[in-house]
Design a protein around this ligand. Sequence first.
Ligand code: PLP
Length: 394
Amino acid sequence: MQTSEKIQSMRGLDGGSWTPFLRAKEMLAAGESVIDLTIGDHDIKTPPELIQAMNRSALSGRTGYAEICGVPRLREEIAQRIESRTGITTTEKNVVITNGGQGALILIHLALLNQGDKALYGEPYYPTYPNTIRAAGGRPIAYPMPPEFGFQPNRSILESLAPGVRTILFNSPNNPTGAVYPMEKIKLIADVAQRHHLWVISDEVYDTQVWQGEHVSIRSLKGMADRCFVIGSMSKAFAMTGFRIGWLVGPEEVMQDIAELITVVTFGVPEFVQDAALHALQKSHELEQQIAAPFKRRRAAALEILKGRNAVSLSPPDGAMYLMLNIRQSGMSGKDFADLLLARERVAVMPGESFGATASGHVRVAMTENEDKLTDALDRLASLVESLANSNRT
Ligand code: PLP
């Protein structure tokens, strides 16, 4: 049977992004000892009180169909959270509950793109971005954010690509690079979007994980609330990746249209999951800190162990749970180096190329193991680059 052209256009285009993760999983399942630093899934488990809140809700009978756009009390809670963080009036009518940040990403691209519309996204990118745009019928166009620009957006690159484009997607704090865009870069994106009449999609799923600098939401900028959509998630901030719950915030009239899409795509998010999310958000200050703290400590330990290891250079890990390491002195591609590191040192990391050619010669390390394991892995990684660099010189 022939599947649609759309799905065929998506096939194999992620360049085997998830291969190292799948390989590490296989090795672990076969009983091998591997330090798995591939994907952004916490080793820290969901706080038990959130599981209890979910159980209480389900046992009380909240197991039927939920409201399509989400439980009103949860939408209100998210509206308040966004309003207090951006200073922009936000009501529950601006919020819909989605199946994770990914659910929000596909809904908003489906809502905004016509068949063949050009849609910009930053590279290095979160690997689902290009196929999310393709699935929505759009034409993905990457705007490169090379390492020499600190993996930050650049005006002349954006200006050259913006004409004729319908949407621009960006992500700060960034996966995979750990970059946090300062106010001047958020203003740059807003300015380009306003002058070229683009809709802006701001993926802020790591907004509670900022180690250096400050998270700026583009929604807080003058004139942007009518033009931008913010994607949020319970996954990273509350260690709730498997609960599949997040949100989309944007202009009310578009949210009404999104309800039509949710009706045919998922028919909503389970009520007991929404109740657990509400419980988490009501205690957000305490829980967010609890989940973020280990990553902050690990980042500090990583910087310490990599100090003076000049064969490896680290882009400033200002936010999110990742380190992006330049391993070019090894003389290898990120992919070949990641394969060798796994085979020789039993350390699994993601090749930079999994996130687009802009990150070639790099590997991404997810800080999803405790300090001891993480620093052991980084030490082995740096030693491997050093020995390859030395043998290249001789
Ligand atoms: N956006 C970015 C940048 C991510 O890194 C992820 C997950 O890793 C997501 C969105 C989707 O997260 P979820 O669907 O679990 O909320």
